[in-house]
Design a protein around this ligand. Structure first.
Ligand code: HEC
Ligand code: HEC
Ligand SMILES: [Ca+2]
Ligand SMILES: [Ca+2]
Ligand SMILES: [Ca+2]
Length: 491
């Protein structure tokens, strides 16, 4: 296999950084924890302890989690400005497909939106990405149809692709719903441990450390030693722009060895691209574990809805799941290439709401603190897109507030699971554009598993490479903290 110089640089950066990750990953320093048994990694396989602050659990009402947040305001609905008529028409069709409810195959009937399941988590994209925003995660109770997805893997990686190893029975994701005579794979429950600490000025705070348990395992045992990773769906804005940032620009910020000694490294995820059959720079998902936007969408159809496509042609059941493999199929390919492309173009051209920072002096002062506290070292302020057929996306200066690289976020954020070259503690810097418009109702669901109920809590969870920034925030006087939050709210 011949490699481009870029790819070699990518692999080199990754290889180097693996050694570093090995030294820093078990880092338990994150913050003064009052209730946490620090020797137990936050593995989602079992609850850390049932001691102290753990709130009462699984009997708890699942009701809330089964209700869709249909009354959320639609804030991420507009296309980027400057689309031509054809692009706008594509945007509108794509939006309808994103909202479309998929149905199981019935008899010989064949529509272009059947093929849901046999195993699935939700029957539409919008169910987990309401108003193309993000779903709330109930802090406690059963997670059916909550928008939180639980990945499963075994230790190790596929020798060719580097992908996580799937369980021979349950595959790579737990589907908690099924069609026909198939049985759902299991039920997931969440619970949390309250962690209490205080700001430098003595103001106390509480954050919730979530645990995820697979309770019923309807298809038999899962291979011993398996790992899980719970992730929520994020809002969908600006992905067409992030897709167009040239690899070189992202790799420019890699500092795998922390050569400049600022405590921040940042490395790319090197991910298998099944379309080109080679390792490339990962961009999408909480661990940047997907290379292309259309792959992310095809994988969502496959894993979350049980809908096959030309990119992922197999149903999501494993050969060990008989009931499932016997179910009817909604055609050789259940979602057509045309529809997949239309949804991809819709998400590509979904616009980023303009920031409102200029309207508030408080927010502008907060922007200064954002830089002083080191936030912008990872939440990179500007990037420039390359050329695209879609003129409105071409050669734009953008402000995503992300470097698109992986960072060690500390032990308390770990899912203890390798995802291509990302270790358990490493996550992609989450873009912050649009953050202030993520609907607020006391249960925002920020960070990869939705554990942070507010922006403030999201900052307080920063450990590992983010611990310097967190400390700066923690020890800043109240007025500065408020200004920083005002800035983030203005994005
Ligand atoms: C069961 C819930 C669920 C459903 C249904 C779902 N998603 Fe997602 N989506 C997620 C989760 C969870 C993630 C984060 C995945 C990760 O990081 O591994 C995600 C991530 C994404 C991303 C990447 C976002 C980013 O910032 O990189 C895209 C794009 C996406 N979904 C599109 C879709 C589309 C299109 C559909 C419908 C075909 C869909 N999703 C259906 C839960 C869901
Ligand atoms: C070492 C790199 C790094 C630094 C420094 C950093 N962050 Fe982050 N930030 C991340 C990563 C990585 C994530 C995603 C974590 C995850 O997936 O759970 C994140 C997530 C967030 C989120 C949640 C976004 C969402 O969509 O869920 C907010 C808010 C945030 N950071 C704000 C800040 C602020 C404010 C600062 C400065 C006080 C800061 N960050 C400093 C790397 C960093
Ligand atoms: Ca199907
Ligand atoms: Ca499965
Ligand atoms: Ca550095």
């Amino acid at each position: 296999m011949s490699r481009s110089p870029l790819l070699s640089a990518l692999l080199f950066a990754t290889g180097l950084a693996l050694a570093i990750a090995a030294c820093t990953s078990g880092d338990p320093v994150a913050f003064p924890s009052t209730t946490l048994p620090t020797s137990t990694p936050p593995s989602t396989e079992s609850s850390p302890t049932a001691t102290s602050e753990t709130a009462a659990t699984e009997a708890g009402a699942p009701a809330e989690s089964t209700v869709l947040d249909s009354e959320l305001p639609i804030v991420f609905a507009d296309p980027v400005s400057g689309l031509d008529d054809a692009e706008l028409a594509e945007f509108i069709s794509g939006q309808a497909f994103f909202d479309e409810v998929w149905t199981p195959v019935e008899g010989a009937g064949r529509s272009d939106s059947d093929g849901l399941g046999p195993l699935f988590n939700a029957n539409s994209c919008v169910a987990c990405h309401p108003s193309t925003g993000r779903r709330q995660v109930p802090p406690q109770g059963e997670l059916t149809t909550s928008g939180l997805v639980v990945r499963i893997s075994l230790p190790g990686a596929d020798p060719l692709t580097g992908a996580p190893l799937a369980d021979p029975v349950y595959g790579d994701q737990l589907q908690d719903r099924a069609t026909g005579t198939s049985e759902a794979e299991g039920t997931v429950f969440t619970n949390y441990v309250v962690q209490r600490a205080a700001y430098g000025d003595g103001t106390p705070y509480e954050i919730l450390w979530p645990t995820v348990n697979i309770r019923s395992r309807n298809h038999g045992p899962i291979t011993e030693g398996f790992r899980t990773s719970a992730r929520i769906g994020s809002q969908m804005i600006g992905m067409g722009l992030l897709e167009l940032v040239p690899d070189e620009q992202i790799l420019e910020w890699v500092d795998a060895n922390d050569a400049n000694n600022d405590g921040i490294s940042g490395r790319p995820n090197a991910v298998w691209n099944p379309q080109t059959n080679q390792i490339e720079l990962g961009r999408f998902g909480w661990k940047a574990n997907v290379v292309e936007l259309d792959q992310q969408i095809a994988q969502a159809f496959h894993g979350d809805l049980g809908v096959t496509s030309s990119l992922v042609p197999n149903e999501n059941c494993t050969s060990a799941q008989d009931d499932c493999t016997d179910e009817l199929s909604g055609g050789t390919v259940e979602v057509s290439d045309e529809k997949l492309n239309t949804i991809t173009n819709y998400l590509r051209t979904l616009g980023v709401p303009p920031p409102r920072t200029a309207e508030s002096e408080e927010a502008q002062r907060g922007e200064q603190h954002f830089r002083e506290f080191g936030c912008a070292t990872c939440h990179r302020e500007t990037m420039t897109t390359g050329a695209s057929d879609i003129e409105a996306l071409s050669n734009q200066e953008i402000r995503p507030y992300s470097d698109m690289l992986l960072h060690d976020m500390g032990f308390d954020m770990s899912d203890s699971r390798q995802d291509f070259s990302a270790s358990g503690v490493e996550w992609r810097t989450a873009p912050l554009w649009g953050l202030g418009l993520v609907p607020v109702d006391g249960d925002r669901g920020l960070l990869h598993d939705g554990r942070a109920r507010t922006i403030e809590e999201a900052i307080l969870w920063h450990g590992g490479e983010g611990r310097g920034s967190r400390a700066a925030f923690l020890n800043a006087e109240l007025s500065k903290r408020m200004e920083l939050l005002a800035f983030l709210e203005s994005l």
